[in-house]
Design a protein around this ligand. Structure first.
Ligand code: NAI
Length: 261
C-alpha cells in the first residue's frame, strides 16, 4: 500500500472488466477516490463501487465512450464535481480483433485506432489540461501492451495503436515534465481477462501463449494493478516517459531461452 495515494482521485477508463476493474479495486484499497468509466457492464460497476467503499475508498461509475470528446470531458468534470480533484488518469479502454491484414477493413482499422489511441489521447489531453489549470503534479498511465514492441500479425491495427501509445507517452512526458506531470505507459503481457476469454478457453491455444512467457504463466489482472499503483504513487517519483512491461518476461525473446540462438 502507498500512503501518499490516500485521498487522491483517479479516473480509469474501461474499468467495468479485466485490468481496469482490478486497478479500480486496487485504487480503492489504497483509499483513493475512483471514477470508474464504463461503456458496458453497469451491474458490474455497481458491485465494484460497493467493494471500493467497503475497502475505505470512494467511487462513482460514469458511463462514457472514450472516442467521444464530450464523454471524456464529462469524466474529468465528474472527478472535479464529486471529489474536487484529478490526480491520476488511467487510459485503459482498449479493443482488438483478429483479421489477416489484407482483409482488414478501413472500418475495423479506424475502430481500433479510435478507441486505443485517440481515446487515450483525449484522456491525456483533458487530464493534463485540468492538472495544469489546478497546479496538480498529476500522473498519467496509458495502458499499452507488449505489442508496442512485439510485432503481431493479424493484429496490425492493434499493434499500430499501441506503438502510437508509446510515442504519445514519451512525447507528453517530455512536454509536461517541467510542470511535474509524469506520463508513463504500462505494458501488460498475456493477462487473464475477457479480451482473451475465447483464446484461453481452448487449452491448446492457452498452452501456446504460455510457451511465450519465461515466467511460465498467464498474468493476473491484479499483477497489472499492482504496477499501476506503483506508477501512480510517489515511489515512482523519478520515473517518466517509460513503458513498464509487466509481462512475465515476454518481451525478452523467449525463443532464446536455454541458450538457443
Ligand atoms: P477487457 O475487454 O476486459 O477491457 C477493456 C475495456 O474497455 C472493457 O471494459 C470495454 O468495455 C472497454 N471499452 C472498449 N471500448 C470502449 C470505449 N469506446 N469507451 C470506453 N470503454 C471502452 O480487456 P483487458 O484485458 O482488461 O484490457 C484492458 C487494456 O489492457 C486494453 O487497453 C488492452 O489492450 C490492454 N492489454 C490487455 C492485455 C491482456 O492480455 N488482457 C495485454 C496487453 C494489453
Amino acid at each position: 500500500m502507498y500512503k501518499d495515494l490516500e485521498g487522491n482521485t483517479a479516473i480509469i477508463t474501461g474499468a467495468s472488466s479485466g485490468i481496469g476493474r482490478a486497478m479500480a479495486l486496487r485504487f480503492g484499497r489504497e483509499k483513493m477516490n475512483v471514477v470508474i468509466n464504463y461503456r458496458s457492464g453497469k451491474q458490474e460497476v455497481n458491485s465494484i463501487v460497493q467493494e471500493i467503499e467497503q475497502s475505505g475508498g470512494q467511487a462513482i461509475g460514469v458511463y462514457g465512450d472514450v472516442t467521444r470528446e464530450e464523454d471524456v470531458k464529462k469524466l474529468v468534470a465528474a472527478a472535479h464535481e464529486h471529489f474536487g480533484s484529478l490526480d491520476v488518469m488511467v487510459n485503459n479502454a482498449g479493443i482488438e480483433n483478429e483479421v489477416p491484414s489484407e482483409d482488414l477493413t478501413l472500418e475495423d482499422w479506424r475502430k481500433v485506432l479510435d478507441v486505443n489511441l485517440t481515446g487515450a489521447f483525449l484522456g491525456c489531453r483533458e487530464a493534463i489540461d485540468y492538472m495544469l489549470e489546478h497546479g496538480i503534479k498529476g500522473r498519467i498511465i496509458n495502458v499499452s501492451s507488449v505489442h508496442e514492441m512485439i510485432p503481431w500479425p493479424h493484429f496490425v491495427h492493434y499493434a499500430a495503436s499501441k506503438g502510437g501509445i508509446k510515442m504519445m507517452t514519451e512525447t507528453l512526458a517530455l512536454e509536461f515534465a517541467p510542470k511535474g506531470i509524469r506520463v508513463n505507459s504500462l505494458g501488460p503481457g498475456a493477462i487473464d481477462t475477457p479480451i482473451n476469454a475465447a483464446k484461453f478457453s481452448d487449452p491448446a491455444a492457452k498452452a501456446s501463449v504460455e510457451a511465450l512467457i519465461p515466467l511460465g504463466y498467464i498474468g493476473k489482472p491484479e499483477e497489472i494493478a499492482a504496477a499501476a499503483a506503483w506508477l501512480a504513487s510517489s515511489e515512482s517519483s523519478y520515473v517518466t516517459g517509460i513503458t513498464l512491461f509487466a509481462d512475465g518476461g515476454m518481451t525478452k525473446y523467449p525463443a532464446f531461452q536455454g541458450g538457443h540462438g
